[in-house]
Unconditional design. Sequence first.
Length: 169
Amino acid sequence: MAEEFIIRKANLGDLEEILELHFGLSKRIYKKFDKSVNLNWTYTHGKKYFTEQIKKAGGFVEVAESQGKIIGYVCGSLLPRPLDREKAVYAELESAMIDKKFRSAGIGSRLIKDFLKWSEDKNVKYVSIKASAKNESALQLYRNLGFKNYEIILELNLKKSRIFRIFKK
């Protein structure tokens, strides 16, 4: 029998468990996809960030709970639309994490769908989400939920680039 879970709006009492999950997310991204991730951010800035997102009207934090333990979360907010884009209400799904023991149970999809419903209720026209280009499981989840490629950001580490060494001569 599948483990049961509940989905609910996050409260400040959930903060420590959300931070633990976020730190796990940061470590996973650092290890598998991006060595530039600041592993200290969760505990230097994350508490303030998640507190604000839980409290503010334009913030959305929802958690999945199983047997009294937070096993996943999603966090997003309303953001200003870039000035060079169509004027519209815009939201970004900024962070999401499901404990690895509970992945593939539909929890991530459910949390994201709840964020999309919240966004729709806020008259949002565009919702974006960012993921590492190498994080194929996350990209597949987002595509299955209807997200499409919009922008591709390319990055060059000048300290490691061969082209940088050529120009330096």
